[in-house]
Design a protein around this ligand. Structure first.
Ligand SMILES: NC(=O)c1ccc[n+]([C@@H]2O[C@H](COP(=O)([O-])OP(=O)(O)OC[C@H]3O[C@@H](n4cnc5c(N)ncnc54)[C@H](O)[C@@H]3O)[C@@H](O)[C@H]2O)c1
Length: 314
């Protein structure tokens, strides 16, 4: 099926960035929210994102124009009636998501692809729709208009062709989709993040190293190669014989904790929740949250541009 019309339900952190990406790539996209003020906020965010991306040469002037021309806003979910693809991006609440998909099931054509941006839930356990072969998860990363990864997670009844359609659609917009054949907790990326966070926290908790030095060790080693060399490819360069020997020796000493450790609990107790409150392991006071995020995003934009260039040269 050719995808032309797209509806995104929820205009928050993920919804507005996903919608603007489709619009920039020529798809007629409507973003729906129950709150008119959320739509107003989304409009402002999209305008500011487009400005930043244009200034950074991340998008072309044509794509900036297309974003404006192709993006519509509505408070009425019934606009999904003639959509080819609907993307659910409402908060991570199973009852709410189940309700939205039940509504969409009544509104949409029976061949409309329905997808969820859930970052952690096995929606296939509680979303009940007719023709479940058209249901899938497409988990974009934050910020969605910048980061290339999208995890496509198939359910037990998802048609392989639907996953392929989604994959091609995303690839056509310069995204880097990956397909997970079943919904395992954390999908791919959060399993990796948590494995790394467990060991990083453990080393700090043991008093072996400061948090700053753990971050430096990561950024100045794996971080330098990350855009073009994943952890498995890295083993090809290290040599699997060396890797096996290191594994035999090191696995017994690596954390196998099954609970959140003392470092994270301390951060909660001290209300050092991170950028959103101005203080986490690092101190962000003296700058607004927006300033801190903009600085981070400007750097990420440069890295993604470099990664695109390296991919094109491959
Ligand atoms: N925030 C992230 O970093 C991130 C990253 C990846 C995936 N996700 C996932 O994406 C989804 C959306 O998260 P978010 O951070 O964008 O949430 P958010 O709270 O920023 O935005 C959700 C929006 O949905 C709207 N909404 C609520 N009920 C609605 C309804 N019945 N109809 C229409 N709109 C409704 C809200 O008004 C809000 O504007 C979640 O499943 C989340 O797990 C989030």
């Amino acid at each position: 099926m050719e995808i032309k019309k797209i509806v995104v339900i929820g205009s928050g952190t993920m919804g507005h960035g996903i919608a603007q990406t489709y619009a920039a790539n020529g798809y007629q996209t409507t973003v729906v929210d129950i709150k008119p003020e959320a739509l107003e906020a989304a409009k402002k965010l999209v305008a500011s994102n487009v400005k930043t991306m244009l200034n950074a040469d991340f998008i072309t002037a044509e794509q900036a124009k297309a974003t404006e021309a192709n993006l519509f806003y509505s408070t009425d979910i019934k606009v999904a009636a003639d959509a080819d693809l609907v993307i659910e991006a409402v908060p991570e609440d199973p009852d709410l998501k189940a309700r939205i998909f039940a509504q969409l099931d009544g509104i949409c054509r029976k061949d409309t692809i329905l997808s969820s941006t859930t970052s952690s839930m096995n929606i296939y356990e509680f979303v009940k729709i007719t023709n479940p072969e058209r249901l899938l998860i497409a988990h974009w990363c934050n910020p969605p208009h910048i980061l290339p990864l999208v995890e496509i997670v198939k359910g037990p009844e998802t048609d392989h062709e639907v996953a392929i359609t989604m994959r091609k659609l995303l690839e056509g917009m310069g995204k880097s989709p990956v397909v997970l054949n079943q919904a395992v907790p954390g999908f791919i990326i959060n399993r990796l993040n948590l494995a790394l966070m467990r060991e990083c926290s453990y080393m700090v908790e043991q008093g072996w190293v400061s948090p700053e030095d753990v971050d430096t060790a990561y950024c100045c080693n794996q971080g330098m190669k990350a855009p073009f060399e994943g952890p498995l490819k890295m083993m090809d360069f290290i040599g699997w014989d060396i890797g096996c020997m290191a594994g035999m020796f090191l696995y017994p000493s690596i954390s196998n904790a099954t609970e959140v450790g003392p470092l994270a609990m301390q951060m909660l107790d001290e209300e050092r929740l991170g950028v959103k409150v101005g203080r986490g392991l690092y101190d962000y006071s003296g700058k607004t949250r927006e300033e801190v995020q903009q600085e981070r995003d400007a750097r990420v934009l440069e890295v993604v541009k470099l990664a695109r260039k390296l991919k094109a040269e491959k």
